[in-house]
Design a protein around this ligand. Sequence first.
Ligand SMILES: *Cc1c(COP(=O)(O)O)cnc(C)c1O
Length: 407
Amino acid sequence: MTTSPAVDTAMARIIADENEHVAHNYHPLPVVISRGEGAWVTDVEGKRYLDLLSAYSALNFGHGHPALLAAAQEQLNRLTLTSRAYHNDRLGPFAEALAELCGKDLVLPMNTGAEAVETGIKVARAWGYRVKGIAPDAATIVVANGNFHGRTTTIVGFSDDPQAREGFGPFTPGFVHVPFGDAAAIEAAIDENTAAVLIEPIQGEAGVVIPPEGYLRAVRELCTKNGVLFIADEIQSGLGRVGATFACDREGVVPDVYLLGKALGGGILPLSAVVADDDVLGVIRPGEHGSTFGGNPLAAAVGLRVVEMLKTGEFQTRAQALGEHLAAGLSTLVGNGVTGVRVAGLWAGVDIDPAVGTGREIAERLIARGVLVKDTHGHTIRIAPPLVVRATELDWAVEQLRVVLAR
Ligand SMILES: *Cc1c(COP(=O)(O)O)cnc(C)c1O
């Protein structure tokens, strides 16, 4: 099941140890990282790799960004955790800045992305009953085929990926599936019990699947017309990745609810949030929802710095320009071991020709050449470099990919 180098090296022993004591819920690529700086990581044997995954976009600002480390270190020395039983002096400023970045009134802080999604589901249902007037326990949420929203039992229950679901039922009812990218299917699925439409504006885990132009605008219009909340899971697509603050910005669309996570914690700690106006998020009353670590001052201090960095627009601009550069490079591989490329900002799904190998095999060959990527769904590799990467480094990575595809 697990891949480890056949030779008895320090790295092989670390991998064997890990495999002996860590549950096998992942199948990591055979590399053991011990340091990171910017877009680069170093393994235990001193070999360097360009990180083209960025922990699934949690490291949008790269490893050890000095401004983020400084915010964390300063806060570490002052106060790390209070619980929400008390106020702390960092949560308010973070929430104010994040709400402003999103153009919304309120922030509900959580930790992991899955918790933000769960919170979004609770908010949608409570809003459905208390504001829209849906009959008790009848609320439904429209979701897309091919979705990835996390790993809780409720969330995997509305996944259509057998690997995510099988063996974990029974599942939470109340979800209706439609094909991704098909606005007419959403219109047909909406009825008087529909509380929300929950989608990723670009499906990351599915392989950076970009919906047809106009889809997000159509979803916005349908939700407005039918009195349904539009919930955008921007946990992976948001916070600079696609060359804009949010993937919804690409169509000039504002959802009712943003779900944020991953890069919000600056690659330092888990920090997620649900962001919406008072008429939506205000439905949650004291005692109805919470989290011991949600809104802790350490995460809030890092999150505030993340928001300040995004406010300059610098990372969004970089992602756009570097993404165009990467797209041009990757397009030269189409027909040469690559069957298709999808790019949005600095985020790419690259479909590998089965004749040259699986996504996993390509990722393993790239390790030997100092490049880290991650395969998804068999024959796709996902490229999501830290937004601090340089154009010349992307060029070099594309050349490494060209070499391993030709092998
Ligand atoms: C990663 C991800 C999640 C889940 O986030 P976790 O922090 O792993 O729980 C949810 N939605 C999307 C779109 C994601 O990419």
